[in-house]
Design a protein around this ligand. Structure first.
Ligand code: PFF
Length: 467
């Protein structure tokens, strides 16, 4: 029996520390940077509704599945799946899903580090007062100057990767707890301050309607994007939450814990959206501006309010920390696995993996400037090409990795995890691990894991193909 095993990688002191760590993983650039710009690109309310549906019907059941598999297995995701599969008399090949997740997490880290690097740059610019009194146009130009400079991007990308590797090498359980206790509440308070500012712009209701108006005709436009983002923002489908589950104390109720993390994550994203869009409209900016959206709007806000220089600096420091606690969770599944497999030290394994991610990340750095014309997945009139320089359509390197991970690998990984928990593990095992506070809810939750979430993923894939 695996029931009373402990992980060799450490254990959280309590359920609350797990909540902090999992929230630290979930809340990151996905909430503050990616959610607003994707909402803008996919037209607002229709995307937000799809995203919320996916979070609650698909994302949360998968998060439950991952946490319970991790806690039951007490090892890296790959080995947890392998040992639980063998124990249940199923094929050890289930562990391939975790292997794929591991690779997906490393690919995400490669570009995440570049974007987190932007916030490092912004901490300095904010602190120096570069954005004082800046217009929307000026902020756009400042962002353009940053992304068109490969050296500047490389510097920050490298620094961020070092920061991530540093905590991982020392062990997440030791490194994370203290920082998280201060940083998560502070981040929320500052988001509320931003929200306060956006209420004074005179465009608050416009932003509100943009986010929450229901547009039935646009519902299918971004359905795969919305599901992919639900996975991304909850950090599910890659094994990050699973590996954190492996460090979770035995007594804690997984049900209530996961719900708390999911709700906090959603609140941060919606608050960020509500804070950003009024500023976008007030500055005459385009909601569909893409990845630069946050980096262009926030300087305008902070550049034009009292104590903006100070608050802006603190805000970008918090964004950096939020990104940091997320990126740590991306590296942990692979580090835990390789430590188990090779018996090498954490420091060694971390260095190798971080270097690898850094190298792949250089592709993203260059995709914003000198290699902007390097296009992958090109569907042209005369057929499909995997790569073409200067093609009209297609995706640059950053977009390609983002697309491949969020829209394909994470949903597939999540699907495998939830099917494993729902159909391979015994019902009693699942009930026992979840330890719901209201046991009468169990059949519903179990049903969500067995049927609703897997069907949800499949329906979205099919809807994307036929739309
Ligand atoms: N959830 C993180 C965010 O929203 O920024 C991103 C993320 C973390 C994705 C960990 C995947 C992961 F494994």
């Amino acid at each position: 029996m695996t029931r009373d095993k402990v992980s060799i990688h450490g254990a959280w002191a309590s359920r609350w520390v797990f909540i902090l760590a999992a929230t630290g993983s979930a809340v990151g650039l996905g909430n503050i940077w990616k959610f607003p710009y994707m909402t803008g690109m996919y037209g607002g309310g229709a995307f937000v509704i799809m995203y919320l549906v996916c979070i609650f019907l698909v994302g949360l059941p998968i998060m439950l599945a991952e946490t319970l598999i991790g806690r039951r297995g007490r090892q890296s995701p790959v080995n947890s799946l392998k040992s639980l599969a063998l124990e249940a008399g199923a094929s050890p090949k289930w562990s391939w899903a975790a292997l794929m997740g591991m690779v997906a997490a490393l690919l995400i880290l490669s570009f995440y580090s570049v974007v987190a690097g932007w916030s490092l740059d912004y901490i300095i610019s904010m602190g120096r007062g570069t954005f004082d009194g800046i217009s929307a146009e000026g902020a756009g130009a400042a962002f353009g100057a940053l992304t068109s400079d490969p050296w500047r991007l490389t510097l920050w990308h490298s620094l961020f990767m070092l920061l991530t590797g540093f905590v991982i090498a020392r062990g997440v359980v030791a490194g994370l707890e203290r920082g998280l206790r201060i940083m998560m509440p502070l981040l929320f308070v500052l988001l509320l301050v931003l929200l306060g500012y956006s209420m004074t712009t005179g465009h608050f209701m416009q932003g509100f309607h943009f986010l929450f108006d229901f547009q039935p005709d646009r519902l299918l436009d971004g359905v795969l994007a919305a599901m992919g983002h639900a996975f991304f923002t909850l950090s599910v489908g890659v094994g990050s939450i699973m590996v954190y589950g492996a460090y979770m104390p035995r007594q804690a109720s997984i049900g209530a814990t996961v719900l708390t993390v999911g709700v906090l994550d959603t609140l941060v994203a919606l608050t960020a959206g509500l804070a950003l869009f009024p500023i976008v409209f007030a500055g005459g900016l385009e909601p569909s501006a893409g990845p630069g959206l946050m980096f262009v709007t926030l300087p305008v806000a902070f550049g034009n309010i009292a104590f903006g220089q100070l608050m802006g600096t603190v805000f970008f420091i918090l964004v950096l920390i939020a990104a940091w606690t997320s990126s740590i969770s991306m590296l942990e599944p692979a580090v835990a696995y390789l430590v188990e497999r090779t018996q090498r030290s954490r420091a060694f394994v971390t260095s190798v993996l971080a270097l690898l991610c850094w190298l792949v990340g250089m592709g993203t750095v260059l995709s914003f400037n000198v290699a902007a014309d390097a296009k992958f997945f090109v569907f042209a009139e005369d057929g499909f090409r995997l790569f073409q320089w200067g093609a009209e359509g297609g995706r640059n390197f950053f977009d390609s990795i983002d697309y491949l991970t969020s829209r394909i690998l994470l949903p597939l990984g999540g699907l495998a995890f939830v099917l494993f928990a729902g159909w391979v593990l015994q019902r009693e095992t699942v009930r026992d691990e979840l330890a719901l506070r209201h046991p009468r809810l169990f059949p519903w939750v179990y049903w969500a894991m067995r049927v609703v979430a897997p069907l949800g993923v499949l329906i979205v894939f099919v809807a994307e193909l036929v739309k």
